[in-house]
Design a protein around this ligand. Sequence first.
Ligand code: FES
Length: 199
Amino acid sequence: MTRREACERPASHEAESMRIDGAFSRGRAIEIVVDGEALPAYAGESVAAALVAAGQRAFRRTAVRDEPRGLYCGIGLCFDCLMTIDGRPNVRACRTAVRAGMRVTSQRGVGTWVRNEAARSVAKLVEVFTNGCPACEGWVAYGRELAGSASRSELRVWDGRDEREGAERQRRIARYGIAELPAIVVDGQLLPCCLPTSA
Ligand code: FES
């Protein structure tokens, strides 16, 4: 995947063109590395902010349809901004603060979660834990996308609306170490983007 295919970012000489000038102060000027190229950023802003300021609209490509996705909700709910950050796949760029030298990679599909074609053929259980509210729909959609990337997989949504499942839902929340809902678990492992982030 070339840089242009991956991120649809303009040439580096245009990188500052979308920053707002005005009478406000920014954090310390730093650089992060995006798809192998240095990108200017300011301490205190998110990865997504730095990318959008550079004109980058697509942060990843979807697993099933290979469609571009980028900043959408901006508040950590939709999962459209997932990237690989410092080697960790499926990190929300809108919820991650920049750090000097941080390495950010545009993500194709589910990143390194599924490492090769052999892994794709292994049955996979994707569990989405929500509170059953409309704001969680983005998480269910992403869980469906993860499940759809494997040839044999199961999507299970634990949204708390079925009281008969309440005890089992609570057992699983405790077993997986889920501290905050919504959350996604793949084959018994809490997705990295559901772990606490630095923003
Ligand atoms: S833009 Fe929606 S989770 Fe980051």
